[in-house]
Design a protein around this ligand. Structure first.
Ligand SMILES: Cc1ncc(COP(=O)(O)O)c(C=O)c1O
Ligand SMILES: N[C@@H](CCCC[NH3+])C(=O)O
Length: 426
């Protein structure tokens, strides 16, 4: 469910026709729906109801300041993986006391900054990192709130590049070692154990692996209680999948309800605050990438639709062979249908947005690549010295630029690292 649909044959974002946005902001261009972002976020909080909880949106999925600002105003916490993400959360008005810090190699300066602004929790991924954090906190005469990210060794059944909860993956502390590392943490003067964390992978389409992981964490929780180590919050990470094509993942509401139900079987669980770190399930289907067909190039074995967006704008199809729907924006003109590989201008054979797509299009037409709100702009690059695209937020019948397109002159001068972004005010 989202707010991108056809009216009189023309694709709209909420009440705004996409051709109007292409006219105003140019292409390629990311377009986000504010109402969809808000609805996806609220599905989590509504499912959790009165159970103590905090939804820490995974900033990496879409770190646009207007997106972060909207979620902060809805009461979100944030899951960050770098000090850069922390600074973005702060600029966007996020509360540092609702920030959890994940990642396998947080640097000393990152730990220092996070300690100085007072984040909620460090999700520690190894014994060595725990020791680094304790040393930094000692140097600052602070006490670091800590969860251990446990690797529960469950198969998330997702793409190998985005599976994180298996023994083979670099993430987390093996569940069998976690008890020992918790004991070590509990004995540290400058560390305070507050939580237990896991994140088993991304784009999961079934609740079963999440429930398996939860069961394993709860067994560990009992062992920790025997050791006198009290846990205040359980962080189940992110990872809920979305529909790109024909996947049928549970809705955020059903997913959160299932986990809550399983948790409620455990005595004392009503006192345990539940944290989630969703990224994709909030942002993916709240965004499209708008692009224009430059040329149609018929070939002997394949026909190409060459568009003005490329792998530098949206890398998921090239990197993971990810399938994202590609739709004509205006279906009213009569066009001959054909089968096309939708490719960009970048000099790589792997530069494609979609292959073998049935499309009735002509040069100059607009296309919308769906499900591009998560891991879209954030993974964009300047490869081939192409400027990164602008980002636009639609709100009802209004739209406004939330990041302007990089200018080529700034790229040449090496000054394109901080393009303008606007933080929307209510
Ligand atoms: C630690 C952590 N939390 C949260 C997320 C967000 O995951 P997703 O976008 O699949 O919800 C990720 C990315 O997979 C992650 O690594
Ligand atoms: N970038 C990945 C998701 C990465 C998840 C991050 N832990 C994707 O587009 O599917």
């Amino acid at each position: 469910m989202d707010h991108f649909d056809y009216r009189d044959g023309v694709l709209h974002a909420e009440d705004v026709p996409l051709p109007r946005l292409a006219e105003e902001f140019g292409t390629p261009c990311y377009v986000y729906s504010k109402a969809t972002l808000a609805r996806h976020f609220r599905a989590y909080t509504e499912a959790l109801g009165s159970h103590p909880h905090l939804i820490c949106y995974a900033v990496k999925a879409n770190s646009n300041l207007a997106v972060l600002n909207l979620l902060a105003r809805l009461g979100a916490g944030f899951d960050i993986v770098s000090v850069g993400e922390l600074e973005r959360v702060l600029v966007a008005g996020g509360d540092p006391a609702k920030v959890v810090f994940s990642g396998v190699a947080k640097e000393e300066n990152e730990l220092e900054r996070a300690l100085s602004v007072g984040i909620k929790c460090f999700n520690v991924e190894s014994r060595a990192e725990l020791e680094r954090l304790e040393a930094v906190a000692r140097g600052m005469d602070k006490v670091a709130p800590v969860s251990l990210r446990v690797n529960p060794d469950v198969d998330a059944g997702t793409h190998p590049y985005i599976s994180t909860g298996l023994k083979d993956n670099k993430f987390g502390i093996p569940v069998d070692e976690a008890r020992e590392v918790y004991r070590q943490a509990a004995a540290m003067e400058h560390v305070r154990v507050v939580g237990l964390d896991c994140h088993i992978g991304s784009q999961l389409t079934d609740t079963a692996p999440f429930l398996d992981a939860l069961d394993r964490l709860l067994v560990l929780l009992e062992r920790l209680a025997e050791d006198g180590i009290a846990i205040e919050h359980l962080d189940l990470g992110g990872g809920l999948g979305v529909t790109y094509r024909d996947e049928r993942p549970p809705e955020p509401f059903d997913y959160a309800t299932a986990l809550l139900e399983r948790l409620s079987r455990w005595p004392g669980s009503e006192r345990l605050t539940l944290l989630f770190e969703p990224g994709r399930s909030i942002a993916a289907n709240a965004g499209v990438l708008l692009t224009r067909v430059e040329f149609l190039k018929p070939g002997e074995t394949r026909n190409f639709a060459i568009v003005d967006a490329a792998m530098n704008d949206l890398i998921r199809p090239s990197l993971y062979q990810a399938w994202q729907a590609i739709l004509p924006v205006d279906t009213t003109p009569a066009r001959e249908a054909g089968t096309y590989d939708v490719v960009g201008p970048v000099c790589e054979t792997g530069d494609f947005l979609g292959k073998d797509r049935e499309l009735a299009i002509a040069a100059g037409d607009l296309l919308a690549v769906r499900s591009a709100g998560a891991y879209g702009f954030v993974m964009a690059s300047n490869y081939n010295s192409r400027p990164r695209p602008p980002e636009v937020m639609v709100d009802g019948d209004r739209s406004h630029l939330v990041r302007r397109r990089e200018r080529l002159e700034e790229l040449w001068a090496g000054e394109a690292t901080l393009p303008d972004e606007s933080v929307e005010t209510p």
